[in-house]
Structures are given as C-alpha cells and as structure tokens.
Design a protein around this ligand. Structure first.
Ligand SMILES: C[S@@+](CC[C@H](N)C(=O)[O-])C[C@H]1O[C@@H](n2cnc3c(N)ncnc32)[C@H](O)[C@@H]1O
Length: 229
C-alpha cells in the first residue's frame, strides 16, 4: 500500500527517476563490460533459438541484455522505470544497430504490453522492486505466451548477510512474515519458486548453488515446450 501510494505520486513520465544519474552511469558501464554470454547461450538453448522470439527485459536498466538478445535476433521490449537508463540503453542500441521497443514505467505498469505475448521474460536483479510478490508473479505469468519461458535472477534476503542495517532487517522480517512491503526488502530464499509452483506451469528449475541468489526458470503451461538445457 505504501509503495503503491508512492508510485502514484512519483511518476517516471513526469521526470521522476529513482536512479541517481552518477550511479547509473557507473553501474551501466560496469554491467556492459560483464554481460554473461554463457547465460545468453543457455537462454537460447532453452528457447530453441532466439531469432524471431518476443522477449521482455523486465527492469532492463542499462539495456545490456536487451541489446545482446536483440543481436541474437530477438524482438525485444525494454521495460524499466528509469529515464536515465533508457537514454543510456537507447544510445547503446543505436551503436549496436538494433531496434528495441521502449516501455517506461513501474514493474507493475505493463498494461500497454499485450497479454500472453512473450516467448521469454528476462528479469535480472530487480524483482525486489515490485510492490507485491504474488501479484507480480501472476503478472509475469500473464505476459508469457503458452509454453513461454521466464528467467529470474534475484538476490534474496541472505544477500547482505549480517551487515544489514536495523531498519532494513525489520523490513525484511516483516516481508518474510507477512508479505507486506515497505520499500524494497529482498525476498526470503525460495519464495519466487514457491509463487510460481502455485500457477499453471509445466516446469520449474531452481538454481540455489549461491545461497544469496535465487535463479529460477519457469515454463508456462501450454503448447510444446523446448526442453534442451
Ligand atoms: C540492479 S538494476 C538491474 C538492471 C538490469 N536488469 C540488469 O541486469 O543490469 C535494477 C533496475 O530496476 C529498475 N527499477 C527500480 N525500481 C523499479 C520499479 N519500481 N519499477 C521498474 N523498474 C525499477 C532500475 O531502474 C534498474 O534498472
């Protein structure tokens, strides 16, 4: 509720941007140097190719994965709240000679995107900015085509270890106990997978090798899913 009210008062289309421009530039340049091509290969294998696939990069930031996916032939929509990152990503897309679709808004604000239309939704290091975990899982599921694939990489509440300030610790505890969010607490480990396990899916893979990060793959039910890994 608090985050929802905040989102009504702070509008990206009116110039509000939660990301500090100096930090955005530093983060963007570092992330562009660290694109994980092995992950892109895995995505490509799990989808049976990226060429012609409709991809939503949800919380796309500096656009390094949007551009990389487009370079592999996908039809990519960049969605994020930050105009600073959009400007950066647009320049990178132009440099790379790829055309992306641009969608500015909160994670929840995908009403302009067609339902059940994406072959792949890519959600990296921004899940915790959503206002309600359960509603966000349903929203992503609704945007996927039948047999579409969802990739989520999210740091969890173990991420900051013992170093978390008291207030953040309290918010994290409140979220873990009740699901209620004040600000952007990181989720309890394994919550994301549990949310999707309750939805109509045909398959779920979870990678918990790093206890501070949940890496989840979800296949929406329907159609023929590609199963190579
Ligand atoms: C850590 S960055 C990750 C960006 C990108 N996914 C990546 O892998 O580099 C977090 C992203 O979430 C975006 N963000 C933060 N709050 C948001 C919100 N409420 N709705 C949409 N995007 C948000 C930021 O603008 C930023 O691009």
């Amino acid at each position: 509720m608090i985050n929802w009210l905040h989102s009504k008062w702070h509008r990206p289309e009116k110039g509000w941007d939660p990301v500090d421009p100096a930090w955005a530039l530093e983060y963007a340049e570092a992330e562009w140097r660290m694109v994980d091509h092995a992950l892109l290969d895995t995505l490509e294998a799990k989808l049976g190719g990226l060429a012609g696939k409709r991809v939503l990069d949800m919380g796309a930031g500096a656009g390094q994965y949007s551009v990389a996916l487009a370079q592999r032939g996908a039809d990519v929509t960049w969605h994020d709240i930050s105009r600073t990152y959009r400007t950066f990503a647009q320049a990178k897309a132009a440099d790379a000679g790829v055309t992306l679709h641009w969608s500015l808004g909160y994670l929840e604000e995908t009403q302009a995107l067609p339902a059940a239309s994406f072959d792949l939704i890519f959600n990296r290091i921004c899940w915790y900015y959503c206002q309600n975990d359960q509603a966000f899982a349903r929203q992503l599921w609704g945007l996927l085509k039948p047999a579409g694939v969802l990739y989520i990489h999210t740091p969890n509440s173990q991420f900051h270890g013992e170093g978390m300030p008291t207030l953040a610790r309290l918010r994290t505890w409140l979220n873990a106990q009740t699901g209620f969010k004040v600000g952007h607490p990181m989720l309890p480990p394994r919550r994301v997978a549990n949310l999707f396990a309750a939805l109509p899916i045909s398959r779920l893979e979870a990678d918990y090798r790093d206890p501070r990060n949940d890496v989840i793959w979800v296949w929406k039910v329907g159609g023929e899913s590609h199963t190579s890994s």
